[in-house]
Design a protein around this ligand. Sequence first.
Ligand SMILES: [Zn+2]
Length: 83
Amino acid sequence: MASYYLAITYDVCEHQNLYQDMNEYPIKSTDNLMEKVKEFAKQDIAPVVKVYESNSSKFKHIELFREYKFKEYECNCENGGGT
Ligand SMILES: [Zn+2]
């Protein structure tokens, strides 16, 4: 059975209880997965990117495959709050 992968970028702010999904990116293979995930995170400035696996290209049923965190894209609320 073939596997399909979907990366979802998340906007996260612990201070505002924010955990919102932003964009979805279908992935054809897990070759260089880390590189692809890095690109998505950079593009969306997403501190969290989750990669889900599905046995159908329609992603009706998905399971978490891997989760990546990017400290450099975390919000800055804590440090002085905004500007
Ligand atoms: Zn914040």
